[in-house]
Write a protein that binds this ligand. Structure first.
Ligand code: SF4
Length: 370
C-alpha cells in the first residue's frame, strides 16, 4: 500500500500582530504576489519529493492565509491539481481570521474546493480580544461561524486561548460554552505561553497563575466531554468523525511537503528540511536547511509526538522500529508514573497520558527522557 502524504502552504502575512504570537509572519503585504508566485514555482520544483505517495490532506496556515483572495489560494491548489492525483484528497483546510470572512468570500473559498475552516477565534469576550490585539470582536466570530454554515462548510474548527491574564475561570467558561453552543466540529485550545520576542513578552505581560490555568483546563475538559467532544490530542477536541486529518498525519509521521517561507518538510523517514523564514530570504533564493535524524532523535520525536495523542505510544511499534532494549528502557522510566495511576496509564499495549497528566506533561516528559 502506498504511503499517504500531505502538503502544507505557509502564507506569512498578517494585517495586525497579536500580542502572544511568535509564528513567522510579516505585516508588509507589498510582496504578496511575488511570494505566491515563488510558492507555485517551489511546489512545481519539489512535487517529485512526494512521488509514490497518495496525497490525502492540504493545509493553508500562517500567518493569515485569508489575507489572500480565495482565487489566490486557489492558484496554489491549481498547481497541486496539475501535478498530483488529487482524487483521494480528503481534507483541504484554510486557517482564517474572522475579519476576512464575508459571505461572499466564504462562498468563493468553498468553490475553490476548501472543505475545512480553522478560524482563529481565541475568545468570545471582547475584553480578551482587545487585550490580545485581535482584529475581530466576539460578535464577528459568531457571525463568521453562521456565515460559514450558509456557505456550506460542514467542518469548522475554532482556536481558543486559556491562561490569559486577568480572566476568571467563569469568564473563560463563557467562551467554552459559546463554542459548544455554536456546534463547531473541532476546537483547538492553547494555554497562553509568553515568548520574549512577542508583544506580550516585550511589555512584560504575565499569564494566569498556575491554579487558575489548572481550573480553566479542567472546566474546559469537563464541559467539552459532556458536549460529546473527544479530547484526542493535548490541544485538540473533536466531535466524533471530525479529528483533524492533516494534523493526524503529522502525528503518524507521514511525509509532507512544506511550501513557502519558514515551512517545514519531512520525508517520512529520517530527513527534515525547513525553508528560509523571512519573505526576503525566501524570495532571495536562500536554500532550505536540512537535517538527517539519528535513531535516537527519531525515537525521542516519535515518543513525544505520540504522547500528545490519546492513543499514546504503541509499545509494539516502538519495539519494531527502535528495538526491544529501547522499549524496555522507556517502559522502566514510565513505570513509576503508571504505578501512581494519576498522570500516565498503560492500556492495550500502549502508554498514554491521562487527561490530567497532559496538564503537567512537560515535567513528566523531562523525566521520561532523562
Ligand atoms: S496569531 Fe495568527 S493572525 Fe495573529 S499575528 Fe500570529 S499569525 Fe498573525
Amino acid at each position: 500500500m502506498s504511503k499517504h502524504s500531505s502538503v502544507y502552504f505557509h502564507i506569512p502575512f498578517c494585517k495586525r500582530l497579536c500580542g502572544y504570537c511568535d509564528f513567522p509572519k510579516t505585516m508588509s503585504l507589498g510582496r504578496k504576489d511575488e511570494v505566491l508566485a515563488a510558492m507555485r514555482e517551489e511546489l512545481s520544483a519539489r512535487a517529485a519529493e512526494l512521488e509514490g505517495t497518495v496525497l490525502k490532506t492540504i493545509y493553508f496556515g500562517g500567518g493569515t492565509p485569508t489575507v489572500c483572495s480565495p482565487e489566490e489560494l486557489g492558484s496554489l491548489l491549481g498547481v497541486i491539481r496539475a501535478l498530483f492525483d488529487t482524487s483521494q484528497v480528503e481534507e483541504i483546510t484554510v486557517e482564517a481570521n474572522p475579519d476576512d470572512l464575508s459571505d461572499e468570500y466564504l462562498c468563493r473559498l468553498a468553490k475553490e474546493g476548501v472543505n475545512r475552516l480553522s478560524v482563529g477565534v481565541q475568545s468570545f469576550r471582547n475584553e480578551d480580544l482587545k487585550m490580545m490585539n485581535r482584529r475581530h470582536d466576539a460578535e464577528g466570530a459568531v457571525r463568521v461561524v453562521e456565515a460559514a454554515r450558509r456557505a456550506g462548510f460542514e467542518n469548522i474548527s475554532i482556536d481558543l486561548i486559556y491562561g490569559l491574564p486577568d480572566v476568571s475561570v467563569e469568564e473563560w467558561t463563557e467562551s467554552v460554552k459559546k463554542a459548544i453552543e455554536l456546534g463547531v466540529e473541532h476546537i483547538s485550545t492553547y494555554c497562553l505561553t509568553i515568548e520574549e520576542n512577542t508583544l506580550f513578552g516585550k511589555r512584560g505581560v504575565k499569564g494566569a497563575d498556575e491554579d487558575v490555568v489548572e481550573s480553566e483546563y479542567e472546566v474546559m475538559c469537563r464541559l467539552l466531554s459532556e458536549a460529546g467532544y473527544e479530547h484526542y490530542e493535548i490541544s485538540n477536541f473533536a466531535l466524533p468523525g471530525y479529528r483533524s486529518r492533516h494534523n493526524g498525519a503529522y502525528w503518524k509521521g507521514t511525509p509532507y511537503l512544506g511550501i513557502g517561507p519558514g515551512a517545514h518538510s519531512y520525508d517520512g523517514s529520517n530527513r527534515r528540511s525547513w525553508n528560509p523564514p523571512t519573505v526576503g530570504s525566501y524570495l532571495g533564493g536562500a536554500g532550505a536547511e536540512k537535517e538527517s535524524l539519528s535513531q535516537e532523535e527519531l525515537f525521542d520525536e516519535c515518543v513525544m509526538v505520540r504522547l500528545r495523542t490519546c492513543e499514546g505510544v504503541d509499545l509494539k511499534e516502538v519495539e519494531e522500529r527502535f528495538g526491544a532494549d529501547r522499549k524496555e528502557h522507556f517502559l522502566r522510566l514510565a513505570e513509576r508514573f503508571i504505578s501512581e495511576g494519576v498522570l500516565v496509564r498503560r492500556e492495550d499495549g500502549r502508554i498514554a497520558f491521562t487527561e490530567h497528566g497532559w496538564l503537567v506533561s512537560d515535567a513528566v516528559i523531562e523525566e521520561l527522557f532523562c
